[in-house]
Write a protein that binds this ligand. Structure first.
Ligand SMILES: C[S@@+](CC[C@H](N)C(=O)[O-])C[C@H]1O[C@@H](n2cnc3c(N)ncnc32)[C@H](O)[C@@H]1O
Length: 205
């Protein structure tokens, strides 16, 4: 196995087993608080959060976009990796109450310099954002996935990653999206399932 791959595999294994680290006790508490208040079960699982952090770090992402930020659980995992890569995240959430919680949780996580919270409909907000993206995490309503892919794909860098959540447990709601990412010859796509909900990971070639 090549050394980079061994490192990534080791990081998955260690990342799944290890705590966040003593220096991150505050973030651990914050993540647990967000989960405890998440009565609608919107947030990704802890395993999926760890996987997102790993993907951002492995890609060395600098320009990340999240569609569907909810209260910030996944944005915090992504933001932790961006602190190391020197990157930035824009996370978009259209429910005004959740968007406020999201902004407050990003502040509590000490990630305000890394994560920009945009309140509003991502279909309207994405065209207003500048530049391209090298990492995209899609976790909005599942029937919208194909439309989001269509608007983001032209702005995904070559070598960029496009990840989408719930592609296993809600695959019946996104057949058009799954067809598109699996049949596009310019994308290499794998479906992984760190905790059963499933994520598609697509690399733009
Ligand atoms: C499953 S939750 C996201 C959970 C979040 N990624 C996490 O792990 O903490 C989906 C969120 O997407 C938001 N959403 C759905 N459609 C949206 C849109 N068009 N623009 C912005 N946010 C949207 C919903 O309001 C909801 O909060």
């Amino acid at each position: 196995m090549n050394p980079l791959r061994s490192l990534a595999v080791a990081a998955v294994i260690v990342g799944c087993l290890a705590p966040l680290g003593a220096q991150s006790a505050d973030i651990q508490k914050l993540l647990a608080d967000i989960k405890a208040k998440d009565t609608g079960l919107l947030a990704v699982s802890e395993e999926d959060g760890r996987f997102l952090r790993l993907m951002v770090a492995t890609r060395g992402a600098k320009h990340a976009l999240e569609i569907g930020g909810a209260s910030g659980y996944s944005a915090i995992w992504i933001g932790m990796a961006l602190r190391d890569t020197g990157g930035r995240l824009v996370t978009i959430e259209y429910d005004p109450i959740r968007a406020k919680e999201l902004a407050a949780n990003i502040r509590r996580a000490g990630l305000s310099d890394i994560v920009q919270v945009v309140a509003g409909d991502a279909f309207k907000q994405i065209p207003l954002l500048p530049g391209t993206f090298d990492f995209v995490f899609l976790d909005a309503w599942k029937r919208d996935y194909k439309r989001f892919l269509d608007i983001v794909y032209p702005r995904l860098d070559k070598g960029g990653l496009f990840l989408a959540h719930n592609v296993v447990n809600k695959r019946s709601e996104m057949g058009d999206f799954l067809d598109a990412v699996q049949k596009n010859p310019s994308l290499w796509t794998a479906i992984v399932s760190p905790s059963g909900e499933g994520m598609s990971v697509s690399l733009k070639r």
